[in-house]
Write a protein that binds this ligand. Structure first.
Ligand code: ADP
Length: 296
Protein backbone atom coordinates (compact mmCIF):
# COMPACT_ATOMS: atom_id res chain seq x y z
CA UNK A 1 0.00 0.00 0.00
CA UNK A 2 1.45 3.42 -0.93
CA UNK A 3 1.98 5.86 1.92
CA UNK A 4 0.59 8.76 -0.09
CA UNK A 5 -1.85 8.50 -2.94
CA UNK A 6 -3.31 11.46 -4.81
CA UNK A 7 -6.01 10.66 -7.34
CA UNK A 8 -6.91 13.42 -9.81
CA UNK A 9 -6.35 16.09 -7.24
CA UNK A 10 -7.02 19.70 -8.24
CA UNK A 11 -6.66 22.91 -6.30
CA UNK A 12 -8.40 26.03 -7.51
CA UNK A 13 -8.05 29.49 -6.03
CA UNK A 14 -10.55 32.29 -6.58
CA UNK A 15 -13.66 31.84 -8.67
CA UNK A 16 -15.29 32.77 -11.98
CA UNK A 17 -13.01 34.57 -14.40
CA UNK A 18 -10.42 34.99 -11.65
CA UNK A 19 -9.96 31.26 -11.06
CA UNK A 20 -6.38 30.04 -10.82
CA UNK A 21 -5.81 26.34 -11.28
CA UNK A 22 -2.85 25.76 -8.99
CA UNK A 23 -3.05 21.97 -9.36
CA UNK A 24 -4.71 20.31 -12.30
CA UNK A 25 -5.87 16.74 -11.72
CA UNK A 26 -2.61 15.51 -10.28
CA UNK A 27 -2.21 11.80 -9.59
CA UNK A 28 0.80 10.74 -7.58
CA UNK A 29 1.66 7.69 -5.56
CA UNK A 30 4.48 7.73 -3.00
CA UNK A 31 5.81 4.76 -1.11
CA UNK A 32 7.29 4.70 2.37
CA UNK A 33 10.93 5.84 2.51
CA UNK A 34 11.09 7.58 -0.87
CA UNK A 35 13.23 10.73 -1.03
CA UNK A 36 11.58 12.92 -3.61
CA UNK A 37 12.79 16.15 -5.19
CA UNK A 38 10.03 18.30 -6.69
CA UNK A 39 11.18 20.68 -9.42
CA UNK A 40 9.54 23.19 -11.70
CA UNK A 41 9.27 26.92 -12.35
CA UNK A 42 7.82 29.39 -9.87
CA UNK A 43 4.07 29.33 -9.83
CA UNK A 44 3.76 25.78 -11.22
CA UNK A 45 2.12 24.46 -8.04
CA UNK A 46 4.97 22.94 -6.02
CA UNK A 47 4.05 24.62 -2.72
CA UNK A 48 0.38 23.92 -3.28
CA UNK A 49 1.23 20.24 -3.76
CA UNK A 50 3.38 20.22 -0.60
CA UNK A 51 0.62 21.92 1.40
CA UNK A 52 -1.97 19.40 0.26
CA UNK A 53 0.25 16.41 0.95
CA UNK A 54 1.13 17.90 4.35
CA UNK A 55 -2.55 18.46 5.16
CA UNK A 56 -2.09 22.19 5.55
CA UNK A 57 -4.72 22.59 2.89
CA UNK A 58 -7.22 20.39 1.13
CA UNK A 59 -8.00 19.75 -2.52
CA UNK A 60 -10.88 21.38 -4.36
CA UNK A 61 -11.44 18.13 -6.24
CA UNK A 62 -10.00 14.66 -6.12
CA UNK A 63 -9.06 12.17 -3.48
CA UNK A 64 -6.10 12.00 -1.13
CA UNK A 65 -5.39 8.74 0.64
CA UNK A 66 -2.76 8.89 3.39
CA UNK A 67 -1.68 5.53 4.77
CA UNK A 68 -4.95 4.00 3.64
CA UNK A 69 -7.15 6.76 5.05
CA UNK A 70 -9.19 9.13 2.86
CA UNK A 71 -8.17 12.52 4.21
CA UNK A 72 -9.32 15.06 1.62
CA UNK A 73 -12.65 15.72 3.25
CA UNK A 74 -11.62 15.69 6.89
CA UNK A 75 -12.44 18.64 9.12
CA UNK A 76 -9.73 21.11 10.09
CA UNK A 77 -9.26 19.62 13.58
CA UNK A 78 -8.97 16.05 12.33
CA UNK A 79 -6.51 17.12 9.66
CA UNK A 80 -4.45 18.99 12.23
CA UNK A 81 -4.22 15.93 14.43
CA UNK A 82 -3.01 13.66 11.61
CA UNK A 83 -0.63 16.38 10.48
CA UNK A 84 0.84 16.73 13.96
CA UNK A 85 1.44 13.00 14.23
CA UNK A 86 2.62 12.28 10.72
CA UNK A 87 4.17 15.34 9.09
CA UNK A 88 7.11 17.61 9.86
CA UNK A 89 7.53 20.82 7.85
CA UNK A 90 10.70 22.65 6.93
CA UNK A 91 10.51 26.05 5.23
CA UNK A 92 12.90 28.13 3.16
CA UNK A 93 12.95 30.89 5.78
CA UNK A 94 13.44 28.48 8.74
CA UNK A 95 10.48 30.01 10.65
CA UNK A 96 12.26 29.89 14.01
CA UNK A 97 10.82 32.21 16.63
CA UNK A 98 13.48 34.87 17.26
CA UNK A 99 12.69 35.43 20.95
CA UNK A 100 12.98 31.76 21.85
CA UNK A 101 16.29 29.92 22.26
CA UNK A 102 17.14 27.09 19.91
CA UNK A 103 16.07 24.46 22.41
CA UNK A 104 12.79 26.28 23.09
CA UNK A 105 12.10 26.46 19.37
CA UNK A 106 12.76 22.76 18.92
CA UNK A 107 10.61 21.88 21.95
CA UNK A 108 7.67 24.04 20.85
CA UNK A 109 5.62 21.25 19.20
CA UNK A 110 5.92 19.26 22.45
CA UNK A 111 4.61 22.25 24.41
CA UNK A 112 1.51 22.22 22.21
CA UNK A 113 1.11 18.53 22.97
CA UNK A 114 1.10 19.31 26.68
CA UNK A 115 4.46 17.72 27.54
CA UNK A 116 6.11 18.75 30.81
CA UNK A 117 9.09 21.11 30.76
CA UNK A 118 11.46 18.32 31.81
CA UNK A 119 10.33 16.03 29.03
CA UNK A 120 10.40 18.84 26.48
CA UNK A 121 13.98 19.75 27.33
CA UNK A 122 15.16 16.16 27.36
CA UNK A 123 13.67 15.35 23.97
CA UNK A 124 14.66 18.64 22.35
CA UNK A 125 18.19 18.26 23.63
CA UNK A 126 18.44 14.73 22.22
CA UNK A 127 17.11 15.97 18.89
CA UNK A 128 19.65 18.80 18.81
CA UNK A 129 22.36 16.27 19.48
CA UNK A 130 21.13 14.30 16.51
CA UNK A 131 21.37 17.31 14.17
CA UNK A 132 24.77 18.34 15.53
CA UNK A 133 23.60 21.43 17.44
CA UNK A 134 23.75 20.31 21.06
CA UNK A 135 26.31 23.01 21.84
CA UNK A 136 24.00 25.71 20.46
CA UNK A 137 20.97 24.86 22.62
CA UNK A 138 20.84 28.16 24.45
CA UNK A 139 21.72 30.36 21.51
CA UNK A 140 19.08 32.51 19.85
CA UNK A 141 18.34 31.88 16.17
CA UNK A 142 20.11 35.11 15.15
CA UNK A 143 23.36 33.66 16.49
CA UNK A 144 23.23 30.66 14.15
CA UNK A 145 24.49 30.40 10.59
CA UNK A 146 21.81 29.81 7.93
CA UNK A 147 22.72 26.12 7.76
CA UNK A 148 22.57 25.74 11.55
CA UNK A 149 19.21 27.57 11.66
CA UNK A 150 17.82 25.19 9.06
CA UNK A 151 19.19 22.18 10.98
CA UNK A 152 17.43 23.54 14.10
CA UNK A 153 14.22 23.86 12.06
CA UNK A 154 14.66 20.26 10.92
CA UNK A 155 15.13 19.19 14.57
CA UNK A 156 11.83 20.93 15.37
CA UNK A 157 10.15 19.19 12.41
CA UNK A 158 11.38 15.83 13.74
CA UNK A 159 10.45 16.28 17.38
CA UNK A 160 7.02 14.63 17.07
CA UNK A 161 8.63 11.71 15.26
CA UNK A 162 6.72 12.19 11.98
CA UNK A 163 7.09 9.66 9.19
CA UNK A 164 6.91 12.32 6.46
CA UNK A 165 9.15 15.36 6.17
CA UNK A 166 8.06 18.08 3.76
CA UNK A 167 10.71 20.65 2.99
CA UNK A 168 9.71 23.55 0.74
CA UNK A 169 12.97 24.88 -0.70
CA UNK A 170 14.97 24.06 2.43
CA UNK A 171 18.18 25.32 0.85
CA UNK A 172 16.65 28.31 -0.95
CA UNK A 173 18.33 30.81 1.38
CA UNK A 174 21.60 28.95 1.83
CA UNK A 175 25.01 29.00 0.17
CA UNK A 176 26.41 25.77 -1.21
CA UNK A 177 28.23 24.57 1.92
CA UNK A 178 25.21 25.21 4.15
CA UNK A 179 23.00 23.57 1.52
CA UNK A 180 25.19 20.50 1.72
CA UNK A 181 24.94 20.46 5.51
CA UNK A 182 21.15 20.56 5.35
CA UNK A 183 20.85 18.01 2.54
CA UNK A 184 23.18 15.62 4.32
CA UNK A 185 21.05 15.89 7.43
CA UNK A 186 17.92 15.17 5.37
CA UNK A 187 19.78 12.27 3.83
CA UNK A 188 20.55 10.82 7.29
CA UNK A 189 16.90 11.20 8.22
CA UNK A 190 15.94 9.39 5.03
CA UNK A 191 18.29 6.54 5.97
CA UNK A 192 16.45 6.22 9.28
CA UNK A 193 13.31 5.33 7.32
CA UNK A 194 11.49 8.64 6.85
CA UNK A 195 9.76 9.63 3.65
CA UNK A 196 11.00 13.01 2.46
CA UNK A 197 9.69 15.43 -0.14
CA UNK A 198 11.68 18.54 -0.90
CA UNK A 199 11.23 21.34 -3.38
CA UNK A 200 14.33 22.58 -5.12
CA UNK A 201 15.39 24.69 -8.09
CA UNK A 202 18.88 23.25 -7.95
CA UNK A 203 19.42 20.19 -10.23
CA UNK A 204 22.59 19.36 -8.25
CA UNK A 205 20.47 18.48 -5.20
CA UNK A 206 18.71 15.68 -7.04
CA UNK A 207 21.84 13.69 -6.08
CA UNK A 208 20.23 13.13 -2.70
CA UNK A 209 16.90 11.96 -4.09
CA UNK A 210 15.58 8.57 -5.09
CA UNK A 211 12.99 10.11 -7.38
CA UNK A 212 12.37 13.46 -9.07
CA UNK A 213 8.95 14.84 -9.92
CA UNK A 214 8.90 17.66 -12.47
CA UNK A 215 5.95 20.05 -12.55
CA UNK A 216 4.65 22.63 -14.98
CA UNK A 217 1.40 24.59 -14.99
CA UNK A 218 -0.15 22.67 -12.13
CA UNK A 219 0.62 19.24 -13.59
CA UNK A 220 3.28 16.60 -13.18
CA UNK A 221 5.00 16.46 -16.55
CA UNK A 222 7.71 13.95 -15.72
CA UNK A 223 8.47 11.52 -12.95
CA UNK A 224 11.83 9.84 -12.76
CA UNK A 225 13.50 7.30 -10.48
CA UNK A 226 17.10 8.21 -9.82
CA UNK A 227 20.12 6.75 -8.05
CA UNK A 228 21.34 8.41 -4.86
CA UNK A 229 24.65 10.13 -5.56
CA UNK A 230 23.83 10.99 -9.17
CA UNK A 231 22.15 14.04 -10.65
CA UNK A 232 18.87 12.83 -12.14
CA UNK A 233 19.04 12.48 -15.92
CA UNK A 234 16.45 15.13 -16.78
CA UNK A 235 17.75 17.50 -14.11
CA UNK A 236 21.24 17.12 -15.60
CA UNK A 237 19.94 18.21 -18.98
CA UNK A 238 18.41 21.28 -17.38
CA UNK A 239 21.69 21.95 -15.62
CA UNK A 240 23.86 21.76 -18.71
CA UNK A 241 21.58 23.16 -21.35
CA UNK A 242 19.94 26.17 -19.75
CA UNK A 243 20.59 28.81 -22.43
CA UNK A 244 20.72 32.55 -21.96
CA UNK A 245 17.60 33.20 -19.97
CA UNK A 246 14.56 34.81 -21.49
CA UNK A 247 11.66 36.34 -19.61
CA UNK A 248 9.84 33.07 -19.93
CA UNK A 249 12.54 31.03 -18.26
CA UNK A 250 12.99 30.95 -14.55
CA UNK A 251 15.42 29.27 -12.19
CA UNK A 252 14.26 25.81 -13.12
CA UNK A 253 14.86 26.43 -16.83
CA UNK A 254 11.35 25.55 -17.76
CA UNK A 255 11.65 25.88 -21.53
CA UNK A 256 14.65 23.56 -21.48
CA UNK A 257 12.75 21.18 -19.26
CA UNK A 258 9.90 21.12 -21.73
CA UNK A 259 12.34 20.33 -24.55
CA UNK A 260 14.08 17.59 -22.63
CA UNK A 261 11.18 15.78 -21.11
CA UNK A 262 10.06 12.98 -23.43
CA UNK A 263 6.89 14.34 -24.99
CA UNK A 264 6.21 16.79 -22.20
CA UNK A 265 2.82 17.70 -23.62
CA UNK A 266 1.65 14.18 -23.06
CA UNK A 267 3.67 12.83 -20.19
CA UNK A 268 1.17 10.02 -19.81
CA UNK A 269 3.17 8.38 -22.58
CA UNK A 270 6.44 8.85 -20.72
CA UNK A 271 8.71 5.85 -21.02
CA UNK A 272 9.90 6.17 -17.42
CA UNK A 273 8.79 3.91 -14.64
CA UNK A 274 6.18 6.19 -13.07
CA UNK A 275 3.10 7.26 -14.93
CA UNK A 276 2.60 11.01 -15.02
CA UNK A 277 -0.36 13.02 -16.09
CA UNK A 278 -0.08 16.24 -18.00
CA UNK A 279 -2.70 16.46 -20.72
CA UNK A 280 -4.25 19.92 -20.67
CA UNK A 281 -7.90 20.52 -21.21
CA UNK A 282 -8.43 23.26 -23.79
CA UNK A 283 -11.45 24.53 -21.84
CA UNK A 284 -9.19 25.51 -18.95
CA UNK A 285 -6.75 27.50 -21.04
CA UNK A 286 -8.31 30.81 -20.01
CA UNK A 287 -7.69 30.16 -16.36
CA UNK A 288 -4.24 28.80 -17.11
CA UNK A 289 -3.22 31.96 -18.87
CA UNK A 290 -4.15 33.84 -15.69
CA UNK A 291 -1.70 31.75 -13.75
CA UNK A 292 1.15 33.08 -15.82
CA UNK A 293 0.67 36.37 -14.02
CA UNK A 294 2.94 34.84 -11.41
CA UNK A 295 2.99 33.88 -7.83
CA UNK A 296 0.75 35.38 -5.17
P1 ADP B 1 5.20 27.27 -6.71
O1 ADP B 1 5.38 26.75 -5.32
O2 ADP B 1 5.54 26.28 -7.77
O3 ADP B 1 5.91 28.58 -6.91
P2 ADP B 1 2.46 27.76 -5.86
O4 ADP B 1 1.95 26.43 -5.47
O5 ADP B 1 2.89 28.67 -4.77
O6 ADP B 1 3.64 27.57 -6.92
O7 ADP B 1 1.36 28.50 -6.71
C1 ADP B 1 0.68 27.88 -7.81
C2 ADP B 1 -0.29 28.90 -8.38
O8 ADP B 1 -1.33 29.10 -7.45
C3 ADP B 1 0.32 30.26 -8.66
O9 ADP B 1 -0.26 30.79 -9.82
C4 ADP B 1 -0.05 31.06 -7.46
O10 ADP B 1 -0.13 32.44 -7.77
C5 ADP B 1 -1.42 30.48 -7.10
N1 ADP B 1 -1.69 30.54 -5.67
C6 ADP B 1 -1.00 29.92 -4.70
N2 ADP B 1 -1.54 30.17 -3.48
C7 ADP B 1 -2.60 30.99 -3.71
C8 ADP B 1 -3.58 31.59 -2.87
N3 ADP B 1 -3.58 31.40 -1.56
N4 ADP B 1 -4.53 32.35 -3.45
C9 ADP B 1 -4.55 32.52 -4.79
N5 ADP B 1 -3.66 31.97 -5.65
C10 ADP B 1 -2.70 31.22 -5.12
Amino acid sequence: MPLIELNNVSKLYGFGDATTIALDEVSLSINENEFIAVMGPSGCGKSTLMNLIGLLDRPTHGDYVLRGRHVSKLRVGQRAKIRRDMVGFVFQSFNLLPRLTVIENVALPLYYRGATLGRRNKQASAMLERVGLRDREFYYPRHLSGGQAQCAAIARALINNPSIIIADEPTGNLDSSNSRLVMELLSDIHKMGNTILFVTHNPELTRYATRVVYMHDGAIIHDEQTAIGEVAATARKIMFTVPTKTEEDDLAGVSVLMKNVPDATDAAQSTDDKPAKAKKKPAKSKAKSKRRGGKK
